[in-house]
Design a protein around this ligand. Sequence first.
Ligand SMILES: [Zn+2]
Length: 286
Amino acid sequence: MGFVPVTEMLREALKGQYAIGHFDIHNIEWTQAVLCGAEEMNSPVILGVTEDAVNYFQGYSVVKNTALSLMQELNITVPVALHLDHGSSVESCIAAIDAGFSSVMIDASTLPLEENIKITKQVVEYAHVLDVSVEAEIGSIGGEEGSVISEGPVYTDLNECIEIKNNTNIDTLAPALGSAHGLYKGKPKIDFEKMRDISSSLKIPLVLHGASGLSERQIQEAIQSGTAKINVNADNHVAFTKAIRKVLDEDSELYNTMDYLKDGKEAVKQTVIEKIKMFGSSGKAK
Ligand SMILES: [Zn+2]
């Protein structure tokens, strides 16, 4: 079984009022953890890979082959999408697609709307021929994502969302509505009303970035307001690092890397399971 685009799983999620988790992966341990967590919950899942993670893995094909081999060895049966997170250029989206990614995000959100539309359209034209789904971003999601640091949040304008959707034929949109990447400083304020307006005008699944640290109530309200894809990264970093720090603190003699990485891996898997339960996607794999 290979990777699937996100289109179908998100359409189903939007209809069924739940969301699919997008979990960033950075190494083989996280990839195993996300795949095993999703399989255990019988949930479709999206493996998210930033350009920084691609570099860390040492290339798009390494990411793709690692994930694909693990899916075979682990007998993964749930639908899995391999998605480029925050692709910064048409070239990097094409590189991901050519390597076998089934979904890409083109993030031209820092550019003026016209430019964003132009670049996003180029990616859609290349991707759709190959049955690859495309996510665009509009406005500015605050915080830090790898080397991408933005001030934000700059709340998205509804008319701009309509314009980008009508001019590009994107499959999903990430409108900046107050969420931020990384760990929140202070309480995040999400504009759910605008989220509902965008959802009912665009009629495509919306994406929520920076879900780590949002309350369960906020997550549920996002889902009720048209969000069908929720990106999780920081919570997994915290769980992984905390578990490893604990085992190393407890045993200063420990030196075998597998003996502490397995604890980190298990912590990520448990976090993934918790999120899948919260998003309501367990049991939704066909
Ligand atoms: Zn993001």
